[in-house]
Design a protein around this ligand. Sequence first.
Ligand SMILES: [Zn+2]
Length: 150
Amino acid sequence: MEKRLRKKLKGGKFKDVPVVRSKTMAAIRGKNNRTTELCFRMAIVRSGIKGWVTNFKDLPGKPDFFFRKKGIAVFIDGCFWHGCPKCGHYPKTRSSFWKAKILRNKERDKSNRRKLRRKGIKVVSVWEHSLKDPKQLNLKINMLKTLLKT
Ligand SMILES: [Zn+2]
């Protein structure tokens, strides 16, 4: 992934990104993923929703939750990494690097989700910010419940 990005950024700007910073962001990414996934996981457990597996590796994009029988994939998208239009922002320093990186993530998300839909899999995307809002979280849970009933 980093190699591809380096190619994308003319003049090798990638090299200028301090190693420490990259490591810090990588750490944030891992931590956020776990926290947001856990948050959603608790919500579906509370709702009595069953029949899912996490981090399903055999499908494009490795859905965070996958309902095998119903063919429903759920992605929990971190607002920063997936470029949320509501709260996503680019860091002020090295903004061209982050823009390219986030844009690439968004493109990959789109293509993965298209691939899933072609396989007949229903895709539910949940923004990280909606997990912090009980109303929005409920909406998503209810939407998932409805899909599971069909
Ligand atoms: Zn957001």
